[in-house]
Design a protein around this ligand. Structure first.
Ligand code: UD1
Length: 400
């Protein structure tokens, strides 16, 4: 399983914390990695790709401005904010756009940094951050935001004194960045818990780190197997990272075998619909919500899906309805009544995971389905079409 998109981008940003050459392995071949490489080059780094490895040579004095033309393509660009303040004492980062899945505030990032002595302004579409000396602080997050946890963590590792992040995110990708920072010399305890304690160190050294496997990509293939009544084995992903989604798939009627870092999914017959409530890890991942809505759309019975993280993530439901899905949304809730068959139609991907969900629905719909906007899928899935072809799907990529 390739490395996780939601980890590798932050790990690339974290290399900024130490001058010298760091290496990342198990790097997925996705568009967002290309964008992040370009962003690091603009900051003065030399980035070289070799197969699934990247080396990043970080200068003594990186530039500290992340321009809108790149940040608009990828919201995760905001993850350079913490390391740039730590290294340069300043960061000018365009306020991101990125995924079309609702407003995504930065207030917790900014509040955390302010507590650490950073002065932050928002002018002409840029966050302008400056500080004389980063000082450790105690930060209680309103919500276990992945991005805010990472920003504060990366600022804290070389801040003066101790920082505590309470109500921190606990995603496997957070554990991954903590492990990498520790290998660079950071002093972090409570890794994997919702209370991270960071004792600032004076400087960090470059490192070599393997990116954690992409649990969302693995989960997407698992849902595809259930929808198409297949039998697949996914290698190289810890099943613990997918504990709840796999339990949900068992409720659909699938047989799941978990063995070491392999997961076998076998399905016969139409799946039962399953309720899903998205929550921060270890809750059900919002990044698998569209795939499960697609599964419910062709399942037996009905299901209620509740989205608690991104309000606009149900936008894709309108596209799914074009395939004949019976889905009604009301605020945070979607009620899906399974249909015996979906019917192929042209549809538009509105974000990465919506794109994946639409393709999965297209695999089981009668006739042919054309999914437009597949550049969204390219941002997060390496060899998406090829992998499905290898599993026997009738799918091809065509130039629009
Ligand atoms: C990351 C993932 C994304 C995943 C999400 C939740 C990356 C590149 N993206 O996004 O795929 O769906 O975690 O698992 O890793 N919020 C605020 N203020 C803040 C920060 C967040 O209101 O300061 C809100 C956001 O608007 C959103 C929610 O909190 O509604 C979740 O955000 P967060 O956990 O920070 O997700 P991201 O890091 O943006």
């Amino acid at each position: 399983m390739p490395g996780a998109k939601n980890s590798v981008l932050k790990l690339m940003a974290a290399t900024l914390l130490a001058p010298g050459t760091s290496t990342l392995t198990n790097v997925p071949d996705i568009e967002d990695v290309t964008i992040m490489s370009e962003l690091l080059r603009r900051l003065g780094c030399v980035v070289a790709h070799a197969g699934s490895s990247i080396t990043i040579e970080v200068p003594e004095r990186p530039d500290h401005r992340a321009d809108y033309d790149l940040v608009r393509k990828m919201r995760a660009s905001i993850c350079v904010l913490g390391p740039l303040i730590a290294r340069c004492g300043a960061a000018d980062v365009a306020v991101p756009g990125g995924d079309n899945i609702g407003s995504r505030g930065l207030d917790m990032h900014v509040e955390g940094l302010r507590k650490m002595g950073v002065h932050v302004d928002n002018e002409h579409g840029y966050l302008l951050a400056e500080c004389e000396a980063l000082t450790g602080a105690s930060v209680f997050l309103d919500f276990p935001s992945v991005g805010a946890t990472e920003t504060i963590l990366m600022a804290a590792v070389t801040a003066r004194g101790q920082s505590v992040i309470e109500n921190a995110a606990r995603e496997p990708e957070i554990i991954d960045i903590c492990s990498m920072l520790v290998s660079m010399g950071a002093d972090i305890s409570g890794i994997g818990s919702s209370s991270l304690v960071i004792n600032g160190v004076s400087d960090l050294k470059p490192t070599k780190h393997r990116v954690v496997s992409d649990r969302i990509v693995a989960g997407t293939w698992a849902v595809a197997a259930v929808m198409t009544q297949g039998d697949i084995t996914i290698h190289g992903v810890p099943h613990e990272h997918l504990a709840l989604p796999l339990e949900k798939l068992e409720l659909t009627g699938a047989r799941i075998e978990r063995e070491g870092a392999s997961i076998r999914i076998q399905m016969q017959g139409r799946p039962q619909c399953v309720d899903v409530v998205t929550l921060p890890y270890p809750g059900f991942p919002t990044d698998l919500q569209p795939q499960f809505i697609a599964l419910n759309a062709m399942g037996l019975g009905a299901a209620l899906v509740t989205e608690n993280l991104f309000e606009a993530r149900f936008r894709f439901v309108q596209e799914l309805a074009r395939l004949g899905a019976d889905v009604r949304t009301d605020g945070h809730h979607a009620l899906i009544r399974g249909r015996e068959s979906l019917s192929g139609a042209p549809v538009e991907a509105t974000d990465i995971r919506a794109g994946a969900g639409l393709v999965l629905a297209g695999l089981v719909a009668n006739g042919s389905t054309t999914v437009y906007g597949v550049t969204h899928i390219d941002r997060g899935y390496a060899g998406f079409v090829e992998t499905l072809q290898g599993l026997g799907a009738q799918i091809q990529r065509v130039d629009d």
